[in-house]
Design a protein around this ligand. Structure first.
Ligand SMILES: C[S@@+](CC[C@H](N)C(=O)[O-])C[C@H]1O[C@@H](n2cnc3c(N)ncnc32)[C@H](O)[C@@H]1O
Ligand SMILES: [Zn+2]
Length: 269
């Protein structure tokens, strides 16, 4: 898949250990095999994305398959397109679990993942899945217009203009948000009076086609996994210390997981 120079937007061409555009802007591959296409003056949104500790927690938790209900839902939607050679984009791919698993299931697909966090992308590239991983900002995606058939976007900020630009006409965007009862039993430990998630779709004018659900229950038989899961959530930043102390004492936890998937389709003109 063609990548664009983040400075001048011309196509980048492979040259030994780097990618270069015709204006001579050059970007080296990191030793793990990823490319950093973030330019200092183009940052928007959070400065650097998630940090190393969050990246490692996500890696440890997802690798155990706890959220495979979500992976399977994304995969089912992709399979319904009947296009094994599609260009797939994992928007804000984190440490690459979902995109790497999809590559195992669909080796012919051209899969690319990007994230603002270098720590996340480093871990994603280390999976050696055959996918392309880049450090980039969702408000300036270094891909050509009309280049992606299937994009998925799990628990991340929304960038409507760029999502619409990079999708091919007829291309699909699959966006996941936490369902009403997602991690309810963990919230019961953390809070006196837990609230349900609002499950709201992103605020967007992209043409909406369908809402799907993916629900299940998971059993975590050790506190390390419970805590890794907690660190992946926004509650990690907002929970009073008594709640955190209670969660640290929990030897195991069975909890509901629930995902709402909002599906959009770029119009064919
Ligand atoms: C909650 S995590 C979800 C990661 C992945 N989709 C998953 O489900 O495992 C949100 C991710 O969005 C990334 N992120 C935040 N702001 C971003 C931006 N402006 N551009 C690209 N990635 C961003 C963070 O670094 C983080 O990896
Ligand atoms: Zn350039």
């Amino acid at each position: 898949m063609t990548l664009l120079c983040p400075v001048c937007s011309l196509a980048l061409h492979r040259e030994a250990g780097s990618m270069r555009c015709e204006n001579n802007h050059c970007f080296d591959f990191a030793k793990e095999g990823y490319l950093n296409l973030l330019t200092g003056n183009k940052k928007k949104g959070s400065e650097t994305g998630d940090n190393k500790d969050m990246a490692l927690s996500r890696r440890s938790f997802l690798s155990k398959g706890y959220f495979d209900t979500l992976l399977n839902a994304v995969d089912d939607l992709f399979c319904s397109l009947h296009n094994e050679n599609a260009a797939i984009l994992d928007i804000c791919c984190g440490e690459g679990y979902y995109s790497a698993e999809l590559k195992k299931r669909h080796p012919q697909a051209d899969i690319i993942g990007f994230d603002l966090s270098k720590e996340m992308i480093r871990l994603a590239a280390k999976r050696k899945s055959g996918n392309t991983y880049i450090v980039a900002n969702l408000f300036r995606i270094p891909l050509p217009d009309n280049s992606i058939e299937f994009a998925f976007h799990l628990f991340a900020p929304f960038g409507e203009e760029e999502f619409l630009r990079i999708l091919k006409p007829g291309g699909i965007l699959d966006t996941a948000v936490a369902g009403e009862n997602h991690l309810w039993q963990m919230k019961e430990v953390l809070y006196e009076k837990p609230y349900k998630n609002d499950e709201k779709p992103p605020h967007t004018t992209l043409p909406f086609t369908e809402k799907q659900r993916a629900d299940g229950r998971i059993f975590l038989d050790n506190n390390e996994d419970v805590f890794s899961m907690f660190k992946m959530t926004p509650y990690f930043y907002h929970t009073p210390s008594e709640g955190i102390a209670k969660l640290q004492q929990v030897p195991q936890l069975e909890t509901e997981i629930s995902f709402a998937l909002y599906i959009y389709k770029k119009p064919v003109l």
